[in-house]
Design a protein around this ligand. Structure first.
Ligand code: ADP
Length: 227
């Protein structure tokens, strides 16, 4: 379970309040969309969960553990339980599809030189079986994002975070990627997707946490709706 308790994040250099007094609980295996216009604070919430930045006020608990109690040298271990997908893919250009995914296996200590059944399974699940020897430049945006998804979940992390994963994709590919997030959540992973694009998630089984900035007093309003 992930719990935000009265979390406020102020970026001190610019004195920007990205998130004010945010409280929310996300259950294990939930598929949650963090929605809101650009600048609403979606990426800030993702970065707080990754412990890339610290809250100015409030607490974040993951499985009951307060993130502020994790020492610097233990942060990489904490992050191992989180798969991440970004808008700009971040695949290694000189590595094939297979090698990009296998690298994540190697880093986690379970990489192999011979064929890895887990990777083959994911390639097949995502319809990438024939593309495993290709380089990222030989793939469409949607195919690249599927590789990123496979890389993010190959070590079975209990949590999957995505920051604008459909930002560089056309509508068809976006819908396909969102359905894969739904599939992954259905297998028990907690999936949190930050997106400004609510339309591509229409009809999916997910909970939406909408972060709306009220133009009059710059307060933030959180709405919960079932998508
Ligand atoms: P979103 O992901 O919803 O577009 P962000 O979390 O990126 O929103 O940004 C929320 C607010 O915080 C914005 O006003 C943005 O300009 C500001 N912000 C984000 N990152 C930083 C940073 N590193 N330093 C200063 N201000 C930032």
């Amino acid at each position: 379970m992930i719990t935000f308790k009265n979390v406020t994040k102020c970026y001190e250099d610019t004195q920007t309040y990205a998130i004010r007094n945010f409280s929310e609980t996300i259950e294990d295996g939930e598929f949650v969309l963090l929605t809101g216009e650009s600048g609403a604070g979606k990426s800030t919430l993702i970065r707080l969960l990754l412990k890339e930045i610290e809250p100015t006020l409030g607490r974040i608990l993951v499985d009951g553990r307060d993130l502020s109690s994790i020492e610097g040298r233990k942060i990489p271990l904490y992050r191992r339980q989180i798969g991440v997908v970004f808008q700009d893919f971040r695949l290694l250009p000189d590595h094939t599809v297979y090698e990009n995914i296998n690298l994540a296996r190697m880093i986690a200590g379970s990489g192999r030189n011979k064929e890895d059944k887990k990777i083959s399974y994911l390639l097949s699940l995502f319809g990438l079986d024939t593309l495993f020897k290709r380089y990222p430049r030989e793939l469409s945006g949607g195919q690249m994002q599927k590789v990123c998804l496979a890389r993010a979940i190959v070590n079975d992390p209990p949590i999957l975070l995505a920051d604008e994963p459909t930002g560089n994709l056309d509508r068809g590919a976006s819908v396909e990627i969102m359905r894969l997030f739904e599939l992954i959540a259905g297998r028990g992973t907690t999936v949190i997707v930050a997106t400004h694009d609510v339309d591509t998630a229409a009809g999916l089984c997910c909970r939406q946490i909408a972060i709306d900035r009220d133009a009059r007093d710059h307060a933030y309003v959180y709405q919960k709706t079932q998508a």
